[in-house]
Design a protein around this ligand. Structure first.
Ligand code: FES
Length: 182
């Protein structure tokens, strides 16, 4: 450690080479004090560098972890207010003899066009919650999970479901398809 300090001190080097110095006699008495003081400076420098490197490491770690934590944390659900009526799409999206599912408030609603007769009811099967579909060939609403069958307006035909499908109103307004609470 003392050697290291000597390299950082031109005066010390000069005195070792016999050059001029403040202590031209080359007297040793002050040397120990100077070396000790230089060691103190080195220690403080190392201490400062250690803290600086630690600080930079903490910033880098935080910068790396933040996006990871953000990615795995589910976003807070936005509170969406229920509406009584909503334009869900275009009437042309449900041509005759077809059905299409739309989001309406927190429910999914199936709009059925059976030969021009429009109806709407919940698309969530009351058995275990699968989504139903319009079965054109049988003219009924069908749940493929366990075979529940409903009439076009959601009444039960057969199957394990305990309740009919919740009814909704549907109408065409210009080109728009409008669903509203029943
Ligand atoms: S969830 Fe529809 S029949 Fe079981």
């Amino acid at each position: 450690m003392a050697e290291n300090s000597n390299f950082k001190s031109p005066k010390r080097l000069s005195s070792l080479q016999g050059g001029p110095s403040d202590q031209s006699s080359g007297a040793v008495p002050g040397e120990k004090t100077r070396d000790a003081s230089l060691e103190g400076i080195d220690f403080e420098r190392r201490n400062f560098l250690g803290k600086a490197v630690g600080g930079i490491g903490a910033v880098v770690a935080a910068g790396t972890l933040y996006p990871v934590v953000k990615y795995i944390t589910p976003p807070a659900e936005k509170e969406v207010k229920d509406v009584d009526e909503k334009v869900v799409g275009k009437a042309s999206e449900v041509p005759p003899d077809s059905g299409k599912i739309y989001q309406f408030n927190k429910d999914k609603v199936i709009v059925v066009n059976n030969g021009g007769q429009l109806t709407a009811c919940s698309a969530v099967c009351t058995h275990l919650g699968c989504l139903v579909q319009w079965k054109e060939d049988e003219e009924l609403i069908y749940c493929a999970c366990h075979g529940a069958r409903y009439e076009q307006d959601g009444k039960i035909i057969s199957g394990p479901q305990p309740l009919p499908l919740a009814p909704y109103n549907v109408r065409v307004d210009g080109d728009d398809l409008v669903i509203s609470k029943a």
